[in-house]
Design a binder for this molecule. Sequence first.
Ligand code: AMP
Ligand code: MN
Ligand code: MN
Ligand code: MN
Length: 284
Amino acid sequence: MSVIYDLHTHTTASDGSLPPEELVARAAAAGVDVLAVTDHDTTDGLTAAATAAAEQGIQLIPGVEISVTWERMTIHILGLLVNAQRDALQTGLRALRVQRDQRAEEIDRRLAKAGIANALAGAQSYAHGPIVSRTHFAHFLVAAGHAKDLADVFRRYLVHNKPGYVPGQWAQLEHAVAWIRDAGGVAVVAHPARYRLTAGKLRRLLGEFIECGGAGLEVVSGSHSNDDCLAMGQMARRCTLLASCGSDYHGPENPWRRLGRLPALPQGCAPIWSSPAWPTGAPA
Ligand code: AMP
Ligand code: MN
Ligand code: MN
Ligand code: MN
């Protein structure tokens, strides 16, 4: 039987809506064999996830999704198989959370100017862990009646040129990859088609990423169309990057994005689990 991998998911440690134990239980119920938990800028959910995975008999890949600013854009870099005990990683993530807190205050000020009071307190009431994300602002704005759903609220308030948009000052690409490698992990560019880069600019990003020691490209993502997956598969082959796949699951409120229900990697892609860093042996 073929092994089901889902190598990109979120919990309440960042902007997911399920606690780590519940995410792992759902993944197991969905038939996932190998699950990576990859919260934004924190590894706080990993201990609980590992305990739950051992109980459920699935393999947990400890991970993180690091926010990076590259050429004034936000890019997400996944670290898979990270040892969360390493100082460089934790120091780097802590600095990103300080940036996040400052950005949240600025989002609050900007929304207040647009006539929406107490947005930070509202966002915090949706956050369960150390991270305040735009997702939490979005939940508050929908609940307060400013938009009909999450997609609508992002479009109207939380993206470039909208009243609640504040660009994050995130990590440098080379630093994020270095923290991941120092922690024994493999670095993967998350959902590459989401950035809407020209092929030339994406190749430049991937060239720099490889120079820094990056290893993988998330060819199959819950946020990619079938054409995106094929194009990113071609890009991975051309750049000799290992191909990864992940749903980017945030919880049952997004029913169209399901745990472990991903298309196969395109033909000819070398999977990330063929990396020498990947643990050997069949998943439990
Ligand atoms: P942040 O890291 O705080 O800037 O928030 C980014 C998060 O917002 C992403 O990880 C997604 O979970 C979420 N997000 C971004 N764009 C959208 C969108 N258009 N609709 C729903 N969620 C989104
Ligand atoms: Mn998210
Ligand atoms: Mn992301
Ligand atoms: Mn994600």
